[in-house]
Each structure stands twice: as C-alpha cells, then as structure tokens.
Design a protein around this ligand. Structure first.
Ligand code: MYA
Ligand code: JJ1
Length: 388
C-alpha cells in the first residue's frame, strides 16, 4: 500500500496493535562514517540545488513555487500563500543548517521545480528531550506529480539530517501516512464574515441573514484586559519562563530556550504577533498569546485574490482566563484586518473554541514523528507542538 513508507523507520500500521514495542527510537543511530556521502540520484533532467535564503532571487523563486504548487483545501478553492519574509523566518531559526534547504532545479532552464526543508529543534516526548529536524514545505511542481520524486526528496533530507548526527524528525501533513501520533482538527473564527462568505470559505448559516451574521461575529475595538500589550525584546526571559513551565504539561512539546523564544515569538510584522499581560500592579508577566500570519490565495474568485488568516501559535494563561486572553487575540487580529483566526484543537484550545464562536473546519492535520515510537499515540490535548 505504501511502497515508500513501508521501508522507513516509522510506526507501521501493522504494528499498531503490538503494545510490547517500547516508546523511543525505532532504530539506533548508525556511525556517521556509514551515512551515505553523496546525494541520491535524481532523474537526469534535474539537479539538486542547496538554497541560499539570503539570496532575494532564490527567495522569490521559492515563494513562487509554493504560491503556485503548495497545499490546497480538499475542493481546491484556497492555496497557502506563505510570504517571502515568513519563509525566511521559518527556515532560519537558531543554528539552522543551510544544507537542509533543498531545492530541485531543471538542469536546462534552472527553474526551481521541487523543495523540501528541515530546521533543527529540541522536542520532548514524555521525559526524553530529543534533537530532531522539523520537516516542512515539501513541494513538487504540479506538472511533475506522481513520478515518485517525493520519496527522493525525503531520502535526501534524511541523509543530510543524519550527517548532523540527528536521527529523529517531526512533521505534519494533511494526508494519512504511517502512522500519526495524533490527528488534529482545524477550527475557524470568522472576523470578516461577509468576505468569507463571498469567497466560499464559509456559508450563511440556516435562518441567518448577512446582517445577523455580521453582528454575531462583532468584536470590541480594542483589547479588554488591563496590561495587555505587544511582547518586546526585554520580555524574552519572562516569556521563556512562562512558556517552559506551561509546555512541561504536554506529552510532546518543544524544549524552547531564550534564543528560540526570541526567534519564534518576538513580533515580526505580518509574520508573527505576540502579546502578553503585564500586571499593572506588580509588572509581572502573567499571560501570553501569539499567532502567525499565513494568507491563502483565493482561487477563481472575481472579487478577492487573498484571505488574510491568523493561526493560533503558543498561548499561556496563569492569571487571565485563557478564554479572555484569546478574545483579546481575536480583537487585535480584527484590528489588524485579518479575515479569519484559525486554531487547532491542540493544548487547551478546546476550552475556548466553542465559547469564542470558532466552528470546525473540513481540514485535519496529522502529526508524525520519524524514527520515534509513541505507543498508542496521544490526544490532541496532549500535544504542545505547533508547526508552521
Ligand atoms: S506536508 C505538505 C506536503 N505538501 C503538499 O501537500 C503540497 C502539494 N503537494 C505536493 O507538492 C505533492 O503532492 C507532494 C507529493 C510533494 C506532497 N508527506 O512523488 P510522489 C508520499 C510525506 O509520486 P507527489 C510537509 O511538508 C506518498 O504516500 N509523504 O507523489 C511535511 C507516496 O509514498 P507511499 C507523502 O504527489 C512533509 C509518495 O509520497 C506526502 O508527486 C514531511 C508518492 O510520491 C506528504 N505530505 O508528491 C515529509 N504526500 O507510496 C516526511 C505524499 O509510500 C519527512 N507522500 O505511500 C520524514 C522525515 C525526514 C527526516 C528524517 C531525519 C531523521
Ligand atoms: O481552511 C480550511 N477549510 C475551510 C474552507 C473550506 C472550503 C471548502 N473546502 C473551512 N471553512 C469553514 C469555516 C466556517 C467558519 C464559520 C464557522 C464554521 C466553520 O472549513 C481547511 C481547514 O479546515 N484547510 C485546508 O484544508 C488546508 C489544508 C489543511 C492541511 C494542511 C497540511 C499542512 C502541511 C504541513 O505543513
């Protein structure tokens, strides 16, 4: 059934019932001297091309490859449209490896036709902190689909990760592969219901008029919680403490240090937004919320070319109730002109989704680990990891 995935050290569907297999690495590391030294062969018309994201021309080519060929919804109405600034941010965290930004070009025209990337991360599974690669942005040009290029890209990124003495990876996909550690649902909170309905992202509910719908989703003009403000550089230590203590509650979560928090959570315009609550009395940072910006192209609509979507990222509440904190996140997203606020049912998100008028989407997101078994998997609420 899965000619490629059956050969890989991942949870196999046939082992699902076998509870004797232990948690942890599926196969041991091999000596670095035994890691294959040269790239896997590609069909003759193509060549490997390690991408330099400092190069604006390359970044533009990568942006265009993804904007035209990356993930769509099940009815092909929308396609993710990651911005160039977002791609630079996502692919260059602390200690990133340039060799893990892997392009495939046509030898003749030099056109970029496929891509896969990894970035290093420390991810904790139960009490085991593991160095992993986070694999993302796997893309093959529409005209080159179903030619078994994806397995070559995956083998090549695996080889380059192994060369750094890293033997595990984390990734997400909209498709079912052997074997998810958990399956999450996307939820959506309308901020601009009229546009969402006009582009076919949502529908007018039964017995609802447009004006009733607009009123239903109305939000205050400004955040309500006293002390709610943007995160700044001086907050990195406090946010790291809050986030580390919070993520410790989950079965699988990143192990963030201050450098990671500075990279992943310090606000960058139209890429990532972070807010916190600083107590007006004690000046303590007690709560934190964040979202990243990922627009989607609207395919085949005469009136609109893009949807501006915010995606819930990491949120921590110790004093402000999570629901109130996320309501303020919705308010600032609305102020900033986002059309929709999206969230997965990970961490404690279930506790606010319905109350804040999120509705379930038609998309799922499956989470995977490579060469790491978690017997029986976990629930979305036990997952403390959000990939971009
Ligand atoms: S998920 C986002 C993936 N991208 C898209 O969905 C964009 C639009 N689609 C495409 O560009 C293509 O359809 C892709 C497949 C490139 C997805 N993850 O070449 P093929 C398997 C893993 O003939 P194509 C993300 O970025 C499929 O089951 N495998 O197919 C995370 C089959 O294998 P098998 C996938 O459609 C990526 C084989 O590929 C996926 O032309 C994590 C068919 O190949 C998928 N999303 O190209 C990658 N889709 O026969 C794994 C299909 O066995 C990382 N397939 O069923 C693993 C860890 C590596 C590092 C390890 C370090 C230690
Ligand atoms: O965005 C998604 N679905 C939308 C649009 C559906 C259009 C028709 N297929 C959706 N809208 C309903 C919203 C409504 C708002 C008011 C309240 C009720 C709900 O459901 C879906 C997620 O739901 N997105 C996708 O399908 C995109 C792909 C998701 C898989 C991503 C793979 C990630 C790649 C790895 O990095």
């Amino acid at each position: 059934r899965h000619k490629f995935w059956e050969t890989q050290p991942v949870g196999q569907f046939r082992d699902a019932a076998d509870s004797s297999l232990p948690d942890g690495a599926i196969e041991p590391p091999t000596p670095l001297s035994e890691v294959r030294a040269d790239p896997y062969p590609l069909p003759a018309a193509f060549e490997w091309y390690t991408c330099d994201l400092d190069d604006d021309a390359l970044l533009t080519d990568l942006y265009a490859l993804l904007a035209h060929n990356y993930v769509e919804d099940d009815e092909n109405m929308f396609r993710f449209n990651y911005s160039p600034a977002f791609l630079r941010w996502a692919l260059r965290p602390p200690s990133f490896f340039r060799a893990w930004h892997i392009g495939v070009r046509a030898r003749e025209s030099k056109k970029l036709v496929a891509f896969i990337s990894g970035v290093p991360a420390r991810i904790r599974a139960r009490d085991d902190v593991v160095r992993m690669a986070e694999i993302n942005f796997l893309c093959v040009h529409k005209k080159l689909r179903s030619k078994r290029l994806a397995p070559v890209l995956i083998r090549e990124v695996t080889r380059r990760v192994h060369q750094e003495n890293i033997w595990q990876a984390a990734y997400t996909a909209g498709v079912v592969l052997p074997t998810p550690i958990t399956t999450c649902r996307y939820w959506h909170r309308s901020l601009n219901p009229k546009k969402l309905i006009d582009v076919g992202f949502s529908r007018l509910g039964p017995r609802m008029t447009m004006s009733r719908t607009v009123r239903l989703y109305k939000l205050p003009d400004a955040p309500l919680t006293p002390g709610f403000r943007q995160m700044e550089l001086r907050d990195v230590a406090a946010v790291t403490r809050l986030l580390r203590a919070y993520l410790a509650k989950f079965v699988v979560a990143p192990d963030f240090d201050e450098m990671d928090v500075e990279h992943w959570l310090l606000p960058r315009e139209d890429v990532v937004d972070s807010y916190l609550v600083e107590s007006p009395e004690t000046h303590e940072v007690t709560d934190f919320c964040s979202f990243y910006t990922l627009p989607s192209s609207v395919l085949n609509n005469a009136n609109y070319a893009t949807l501006k979507a915010a995606y819930s990222y990491y949120n921590v509440s110790t004093k402000t109730p999570l629901q109130q904190l996320m309501n303020d996140a919705l308010i600032v997203a609305k102020q900033k002109n986002y059309d929709v606020f999206n969230a997965l049912d990970v961490m404690e998100n279930e506790s606010f989704l319905k109350e804040l008028k999120f509705g379930p989407g038609d998309g799922q997101l499956h989470y995977y680990l490579y060469n790491y078994r978690i017997r029986n998997g976990i629930k979305p609420s036990e997952l403390g990891l959000v990939l971009l």
